[in-house]
Design a protein around this ligand. Structure first.
Ligand SMILES: Cc1ncc(C[n+]2csc(CCOP(=O)(O)OP(=O)(O)O)c2C)c(N)n1
Ligand SMILES: [Mg+2]
Length: 343
């Protein structure tokens, strides 16, 4: 990579990292004002480099699934922040017309095969996607993003085994933020050498420091080259969840000193420092990018606030297969609970 190419890459990554951070800050405001659908909101502040670095190495046509903390991953894939914010607000202009919400966003166009609120729930889906890509000779890869909590779920190991056995183009990405809700990782797992587990199943495995988006990108790129040849892989991205598990969690289980240290693992500050020290951009030019992104995300927030709710008559649209018989008993119960007239 020439210095000029590296500079362009660094500026692209910087903008993407900032976009994820500010999107999360805005969606957090929306939540606090009661504007989101659903009672939980999981922010990926502190985990931006995992999303941006891995996505930077993925190609058009690749598929992926995410866990419940997936806004940043989808945004890094190229999601429209207006449609995302609207989805999280439960509005009809959202990716799933407001019926998916924060934890169930999906979009086939961008290869998003579904966010999933169940820990480990989206992992096995990439095995199916990988099998499809293999059989159709697409050359595509399927990537599952999940947290360190899913390292304790059996479905991960069944998925690793089948991927290795059938030589599927699949990559498993563990975004290790050191906690599963209030439980620190070393209180949940007897061994923290996750790469060894993956290698035991016959996968390629690597671990990266999530402070450095270039490192995440380079590792992902290397692994994905092999993945596309039928060597499934596992990548562990180490990061720190800057805030609580969900928006209302004040993380009383972590002491102040730990949080202060953890928040030093800031991929945005790290890259900004490199950009300025390399002379690629000055502080003021970095500030200008941040300001542009703030405007973009303010617009997304306003869009979500002003967009229309889905109509009650659309209640079953896009939820069931069109061939499914209309679920009458459920329909009457839902209408009753929403105080709607019976159909
Ligand atoms: C099978 C299952 N068990 C428990 C829960 C409740 N739960 C929601 S998120 C979470 C913690 C997940 O931790 P991790 O996988 O590390 O992801 P993180 O929240 O740290 O991003 C738990 C236990 C769940 N959603 N699904
Ligand atoms: Mg975790």
């Amino acid at each position: 990579m020439t210095d000029q190419q590296e500079k362009q890459q660094a500026l692209r990554f910087f903008r993407q990292l900032v976009r994820v951070r500010i999107f999360e800050e805005r969606v957090s405001e929306l939540f606090v004002q009661g504007g989101t659908a659903g009672s939980m909101l999981h922010l990926s502040i502190g985990e931006e480099a995992g999303a941006v670095g891995v996505m930077g190495a993925m190609r058009e046509g690749d598929g992926f699934t995410t866990h419940h903390r997936g806004h940043g991953i989808f945004l890094a894939r190229g999601a429209d922040p207006k449609k995302m914010m609207a989805e999280i607000a439960g509005k009809s202009t959202g990716y799933c017309r407001g019926k998916g919400g924060s934890m169930h966003i999906a979009d086939r166009g961008l290869g998003h095969l579904g966010a999933n609120a169940i820990v480990g729930g989206g992992i096995s889906h990439v095995v199916g996607a990988g099998l499809t890509y293999q059989m159709k000779h697409h050359g595509n890869a399927a990537v599952a993003f999940f947290g360190d909590g899913a390292m304790q779920q059996g479905v991960l190991y069944e998925s690793m085994n089948l991927s290795a056995l059938w030589k599927l183009p699949v990559m498993f990405v563990c975004v290790n933020n050191e906690y599963g809700m209030g439980t620190r990782l070393d209180h949940a797992s007897a061994s923290l050498e996750f790469e060894k587990r993956a290698e035991t199943f016959g996968l390629l495995a690597a671990e990266v420091d999530g402070i450095d988006v270039f490192e995440v990108y380079n590792q992902s790129k290397n692994l994905l080259e092999d993945v596309r040849k039928g060597n499934p892989a596992f990548l562990k991205v180490n990061s720190y969840r800057f805030h609580g598990h969900a928006r209302m969690d004040k993380s009383p289980y972590r002491d102040q000193q730990e949080e202060e240290e953890g928040r030093k693992k800031d991929a945005i500050a790290f890259l900004r420092d490199r950009i300025v020290k390399s002379g690629w951009y000055q502080e003021t030019e970095c500030d200008a990018i941040v300001e542009e992104v703030k405007q973009e995300m303010d617009e997304a927030l306003n869009h979500a606030r002003n967009a229309a709710d889905p109509g009650a008559d659309e209640m079953y649209e896009d939820v069931f297969d069109p061939q499914t018989t209309k679920p009458f008993p459920v329909d009457s119960r839902i209408r009753e609970s929403l105080h709607l007239p019976q159909a």
